[in-house]
Design a protein around this ligand. Structure first.
Ligand SMILES: [Zn+2]
Length: 323
């Protein structure tokens, strides 16, 4: 049997498992030796998720023997004990010792971390930030999250909360965020919030957002981040204003981050990053304006797409072997 690293990416709607042969120095093309994905049923809970995870570990390991396991979890994690604190999407995940469970089942070291940190590690080890000394990864989709890799290691912060750029305030007089503050990056830049703001404006003013209305055939409940992005590219004024605000908020956030931490690279991933060149241009220009002139600001797209957490989980497994 060949040796491998085993990775899991546990999200709110699906669970993926992948293996990569060990040693990884031979990785030339970015392809897993094996990949399996299982979509969670609507009534999924931690117990059913755990059954899926253990089931996947057996189906994917028929020809390979794992040396270590890395896990990316979509929610807060105590990385020092490999314990899941909770999931915002799936009930029952409160204080589950996922590392212990997998270690007992498969008898190899396990490392568990949250998805933003793991995705950062994936881009650092295998993707857009490969070869850099320090980087921040930011995902912009239904929420905005981030993670740092500094000097070869995930930087967790004292409470494991480092990288929460989504709740950095960039406009104190801005709209109210779910976290209770006003004008957070996530409140202005994420897909669902852009959709919510568009919907409210369309309800109040029938002359606004004509292209948005056309795309959704008048069904206001169908507005989402993708619709806003599409309407903006077709010249809709309201959608363009919302996209500008999204990019501006992120640009201010990134400018502040580079002033504080001065990472070599900022890598952006997630659905909203597919919003076109204009969105990217505004982010880069705004970040440049906010950053001190001595600081170089390099903002690049993620190279591993939706698989950055899986690649990162493989990199976590790799560190679990050597630690
Ligand atoms: Zn917030």
């Amino acid at each position: 049997m060949k040796c491998c690293l085993l990775a899991f990416d546990i999200g709110g709607t699906k669970i993926s498992a992948a293996i990569l042969e060990w040693p990884t120095e031979t990785v030339q093309t970015l392809t897993f030796q094996k990949l399996e994905r299982v979509y969670s049923p609507p009534d999924a809970d931690a117990k059913s998720d755990l059954r899926t995870i253990l089931g996947l570990s057996h189906t994917i390991l028929t020809t390979h023997k794992p040396l270590a396991i890395g896990v990316s979890f979509g929610g807060p994690v105590d990385w020092t004990t490999n314990t899941v604190r909770l999931s915002h999407h799936i009930p029952g995940w409160e204080d589950i010792h996922l590392g212990d469970i997998l270690e007992a089942e498969l008898g190899v070291p396990v490392s568990v971390d949250n998805d933003a940190n793991v995705a950062a590690l994936g881009e650092y080890r295998f993707g857009a930030a490969k070869g850099s000394s320090s980087m921040m990864y930011i995902t912009i989709s239904t929420g905005v999250g981030g993670g740092f890799v500094l000097d070869n290691k995930i930087w967790h912060g004292a409470d494991g909360m480092a990288g929460e750029i989504g709740h950095m305030v960039v406009d104190p007089s801005g709209p109210l965020c779910l976290c209770g503050k006003k004008g957070c990056v996530e409140r202005m830049a994420s897909g669902p919030y852009m959709a919510e703001d568009a919907r409210r404006t369309l309800e109040l003013d029938s002359r606004q957002g004509l292209i948005i209305r056309k795309i959704i055939s008048g069904h206001l409940d169908k507005i989402n981040g993708q619709v806003i992005s599409q309407a903006s590219s077709q010249g809709d004024e309201l959608a363009t204003e919302l996209m500008f605000r999204s990019a501006w908020a992120l640009g201010v956030g990134i400018g502040n981050v580079v002033n504080l931490v001065n990472p070599q690279l900022i890598v952006l991933g997630g659905g909203v990053t597919k919003s076109g060149q204009n969105w990217w241009r505004i982010i880069r220009e705004t970040a440049r304006q906010v950053a001190l002139p001595q600081i170089s600001v390099q903002i690049v797209p993620a190279a591993l797409g939706d698989d950055s957490p899986l690649w990162g989980a493989l990199a976590l497994a790799e560190t679990a072997i050597s630690s």
